[in-house]
Design a protein around this ligand. Sequence first.
Ligand code: KIV
Length: 281
Amino acid sequence: MVKISINDIRDMKQKKEKIPMLTAYDYITAKIIDEACVPLILVGDSLGMVMLGYETTLPVTMEEMLHHTKAVARGVRKALIVGDMPFMSYHTSVSDALRNAGRFIQEGGAQAVKLEGGEIVAEKVQRIVECGIPVMGHIGLTPQSIYQLGGFKVQGKKPEAAKKLLQDAQILEQAGAFSIVLECIPAPLSRLITRKVNIPTIGIGAGPDCDGQVQVISDILGLFTDFVPKHAKRYAGLAEEMQSAIGDYMAEVKSSSFPTLKESYTMDESLLEGLDFTTPS
Ligand code: KIV
């Protein structure tokens, strides 16, 4: 099976073919997403909230990210896997950024990494790309900076902020990023950015005109119900399905209607006859 490459992703923009992307954090979900032919899988640091129960993405560590990236990589044959660099894994220095980006490839089995920020991370993006590691940018609402941004808020609504986001996108393209996530920015601004850069834009809460869309898998499956962002659409109600299945299981165990002989193993009962069942001393 031939892996999707960053060239395939770039070509999709040129061919005006929309690019679907989903997050995955474990083997079985990654396998299902890959079998559905989704070309891009992000092992997002959103796993901190939807898998590990943290309130933000800030506590997520490199070790946690690698643990989940490895599980995803074991389930994926075709999709390009992007590992999300967690808070403080690339902020401290270029060499930390290089080392941690390398760990996603060498240890995690990812084919690319994602960093949050525009101009501020441009040098790191350039150096990581020079080392042969594809980089996906991420601008707009960057959850690793929520304390600086003052919360989970739409970005780029004022002219100066919009101009800065456009500049950041162009700087990331110049630095060598192969695509950019645009998170929670007004649709007209993402349309403009998408037209002004040659690399694909992947939107989340950024309107319909981005080259692709990314969603958190547990949001679209209706599995994570603590907080549902406005930009998420539920395509299934797995939390309710699971509650109902678990309820049925409990009821059947309590009433002794599970397991039946169908779910049990048999043997020749005569073999038990004459066995000594006294407790060994
Ligand atoms: O961590 C994540 O899932 C992300 C997406 C929301 C883009 O960064």
